[in-house]
Design a protein around this ligand. Sequence first.
Ligand code: UDX
Length: 448
Amino acid sequence: MIRMKLAVIGTGYVGLVSGVCFSDLGNDVTCVDHAAGKIHMLQQGEVPIYEPGLKELIKKSTDAGRLRFTTDLAAAVRNADVVILAVGTPSLPNGEANLSYIMEAAREIAGAMNGFKVIATKSTVPVGTNEKLESLIRQHSSHSFAIASVPEFLREGSAIRDTMNPDRIVIGTESQQARELLTALHQPLTDRILLTDVRSAEMIKYASNAFLATKISFINEIANICEKVGADVTRVAEGMGYDKRIGSSFLKAGIGYGGSCFPKDTEALIQIAGHVDYDFKLLKSVVEVNRDQRFNVIRKLETILGDLSGTTIAIWGLAFKPETDDVRDAPAYEIMASLIERGAKIKAYDPVAADNFQSNLKHSRISYCLSAQEAALGADALCVLTEWREFQLIPLAAIQTWLKKPNLIDGRNIYSEEELAGTEFVYYSVGRPNMSKGVREQIPFLSF
Ligand code: UDX
């Protein structure tokens, strides 16, 4: 039995995963995109992004006849009760969200309307945008409709799990009809549905991402202090996290956050505040701390090797986090650019993101390798920038034999003191005491 007819506009991460999950729940879903190549690929059962489980779920729903892909927005909208807007809102050079794609989509939806529709925005948009969409559609269509803001909180790499088991669903609308329809649509996912006004729903998305980014920058600063006072940030985070008011998630120190959301949404929220004459000082610092954190990798390399000119540095991990081939705002870009600037040669490897990364950063002194071993062979130091499981499974003894010198910068704290025991590594991680050979034996508080 078909539950609801949906048109999902935009087949990026949010649109594609939401569309696929809603079809899995028994809804009839048409996913729409302007990019004909992408739609053709999806029609052939190929998936343009690397997301565990997505391909299988697409096949299941397309085979069942509940999911299809098209470039024909008008036909999809005419056939739908609910239109989900999930087009991109990338950053403009000044940090503001670029709303041209979403406004264009709204214009096209207005032109295709043939009766009452609920138009639900899942794209992350500045406060007040849904009201602008409403007046734009009203200008171009005489049909009745209701607008709602239904922000999406999925993470890449666990997108299906997050969509199917959300912590909460937020529905912001002034329309009773939209409230009822969207509650019915999301009810199979969770009982925790928060009904709000449109503006609060828009703000919840930015505030949530900004808060998570703040947690990361906070723990990264604590890590930097831990390094100086000889404490271990992983134990500090554990001790903090047991306090329910703090919570243990998003307290992993590292080389800073990247990806398609945190960098973009923090900048956008600073701009949103600025437009109403509010100086969001805390969030500005969060962004600045994040920008600087990645350069600790370079500082540590220089501590070990001195001048980096003429050295060969192995880089493991290019994606902004594991289980994704997404390289948007990945810390690896600035780290590698800075190594090139200092005259180093780079041998880089990532299990899935190398092609995407390489298309944005090419240089005669960067070679992209086909395996972790190939990248490490003969290098003066190895830097781990993404905590792929594959790297954690390689014994340190093997890595030591591949490298010219046993120098290891672990930007994600993936190796333990036990694993380092018996190796010759000069080892720097993030916010943990120096565990290099010859140093770790002298730190009594490390042996619990
Ligand atoms: C994020 C939000 O989590 C999600 O709710 C929103 O919808 C989109 O943005 P995503 O970008 O997929 O999701 O990744 P996430 O797992 O949140 O990680 C973001 C970045 O923060 C990564 O670079 C990750 O390495 C970093 N991070 C995360 C840390 O450095 N430490 C942590 O403790 C957690």
